[in-house]
Structures are given as structure tokens and as C-alpha cells.
Unconditional design. Structure first.
Length: 153
């Protein structure tokens, strides 16, 4: 299983899950929701995802550190300000919100079941290896940060 660690960029994983969600939605599990409520919900959830993702990327740019998720050891500084005071993984949380918005758009409860599978994948093959790399680089400073801020929310 370790062979998948840090190999596939999380946005690509999210796209694959989005495709799988669409395929699953064609098999059944539709929920009848008015288009106004559905589209409004999609806009709200996706907008929160955009704000989280963009502010996190802006924090990385200001800190002049890498955003490359496949090379966490190349980070030049530990970013703990801004949205990183609320969640250690705002960019991955934004991807989760995009997938939730997509499931709502599809109006399909079965496709929504794939969102926790995405979270498990990202946790195992992306976040845990990143945490090992950051612990090696930043030691006690990272341990203190982990103790203060939750992984997701």
C-alpha cells in the first residue's frame, strides 16, 4: 500500500472520484430535490471550498514554500497562520467540499458515499506521509502545531 503514498496529486484523485461519483449516479440512488435548493446548496458548499483552497494557497505563496503535494520534504517553512489555524489541511478539505457539492449537484445519495472513501484515501496516502515529512523537518514545532489544530476540522 505504501507504493501509492505521495504518488498521485490530490486534485487528480478528486477528479477520479468525481468521475466515479458520476458513474455511480447513473446506476440509481437519485434524490428528488428542487433545482433551486440543489443549485443554491452547490454554490454555497463549493464557494466555501474555493475560499478555503485559495486562502491556503495564498498563505503558501506568502511563506514562499512549495505547494507540491508529492514532495512535502521540499517545504521551506511551516505554515500555521490564517486558515491553517482552523485546519491543518484546508486544501484537501476544499477538495472534499467540491466532491460534496458535486454529489449534491448529482442529487444522488450513493455518489455521496464515495466522499468518505476519498477522505480515507487522502488520509492514508497523502496526509500521513506529509505528516511524517513535516515531523522530520520541524520536530517539536510541528508536534505543537498538531496538538493545537485538528487534521480536518
Amino acid at each position: 500500500m505504501g507504493s501509492l503514498e505521495l504518488k498521485v496529486p490530490p486534485p487528480a484523485v478528486a477528479l477520479v472520484f468525481g468521475l466515479l461519483m458520476w458513474l455511480v449516479s447513473t446506476l440509481g440512488g437519485a434524490v428528488d430535490v428542487s433545482s433551486g435548493i440543489r443549485i443554491g446548496s452547490v454554490i454555497v458548499v463549493a464557494s466555501i471550498g474555493v475560499v478555503l483552497g485559495v486562502t491556503a494557497m495564498a498563505s503558501f505563496l506568502r511563506a514562499k514554500t512549495t505547494m507540491n503535494p508529492t514532495r512535502p520534504g521540499a517545504t521551506s517553512s511551516l505554515v500555521t497562520h490564517g486558515v491553517f489555524r482552523v485546519t491543518r489541511n484546508p486544501m484537501y478539505l476544499s477538495l472534499v467540499l467540491y466532491l460534496v457539492a458535486w454529489a449534491v449537484y448529482l442529487s444522488n445519495w450513493v455518489s455521496l458515499l464515495l466522499v468518505p472513501v476519498f477522505v480515507l484515501y487522502i488520509d492514508q496516502f497523502q496526509i500521513k506521509p506529509e505528516e511524517r515529512a513535516l515531523s522530520a523537518l520541524y520536530g517539536a514545532e510541528y508536534a505543537s502545531y498538531k496538538a493545537r489544530v485538528r487534521r480536518w476540522l
